[in-house]
Write a protein that binds this ligand. Sequence first.
Ligand code: MN
Ligand code: MN
Length: 366
Amino acid sequence: MVGAHGDSPRIDLKQNPLYEENGVGLLKTHYYGGIKKYQWTTTPLALHGIIVKTNGERVWVSVGEEETDPVFYITDLPPHLSRGGQDDRKLTQGIDGEELNIVAGTMPFDDEKVSEKVKLNILKILNEKYGIKEVDFTSSELEFVPAYKARSVGFDESLIGGYGQDDKVCCYTSLRAILEVENPKKTAICILTDKEEIGFCGVTGMESHSFERFVVELLDKKGENSVGAVERTYSNSRAISADVDAGFDSTFPSYYDVRNSCKLGGGVCICKYTGARGKSGASEAPAEYIADIRRVFDENKVKYCSSELGKVDKGGGGTIAVTFANRGIDTVDIGVPVLSMHSPYELTSKFDVYNAYKAYKAFLNN
Ligand code: MN
Ligand code: MN
């Protein structure tokens, strides 16, 4: 199986978001995943998600992707005002979590008798467009993401700039791979999971028992759904955690071990172990397993390199590889190197993306 995650760092709306201050309608947010908050200000944002009413009706929301759509915006101070204040904060506190407020409008509702005229006008627009009341935000999942499209980057157009490539670039390549696999030697599975960026948790995360349920359903069709059968299936399985790695950034060389970093354009990246500070929390892939994968890659002319996430005691991280491995499944992280990971606009190499697709396809076929 090849498992990637579809969620990416973003800005989520709080459940009681809308307020008015000094004639501006604003929305409170809570960021999702590990972001550098200052990167998310002064950039156009699109709104996506769902509002569910108490009658069960689901209202899908998508604003900001069409050229004619409005976008949303998080403000920052001009340099003229931040001297002696915000300028002296540490980079990580340049923008505070509670300062990630979304500008949602300034037009007042035309009625002298009401107090919060801008807020009321926004609620009127939302009611007309979606048929919702303010309390309906309580049962909503609304998320702000960068409102710009993926583009080729560089004179030679060898790179891809785009939001959410961690880990949608591996979702796309692994999905393309499995859709083209015919008559695999073993059962081939592509898993696109959610909630990786906040710890693989919840009903849609990789830790969820919904994965067990899926395996049981498969075994059920063969009449082999005992606990033992599930466990045996796991120990006979092999997985790739298809997730991105931090590509070497020449502007910040001191943060990497250059000999053990993946370079953009070097192919798909094999990461034997993740974890941090003494491999803590890593599910290290067995040497035998990696040797077998190298053989398949060599036979299928997949270009690959090997890396770990930053310098010892400096870098580190985790992926759903741990979740597979804890189930007794041999697992290794293999994915695309990314620069500026978790930023609103991440950078990858087209050559690496293509080799990821080739790698997943070769793995699933063999
Ligand atoms: Mn990831
Ligand atoms: Mn990530």
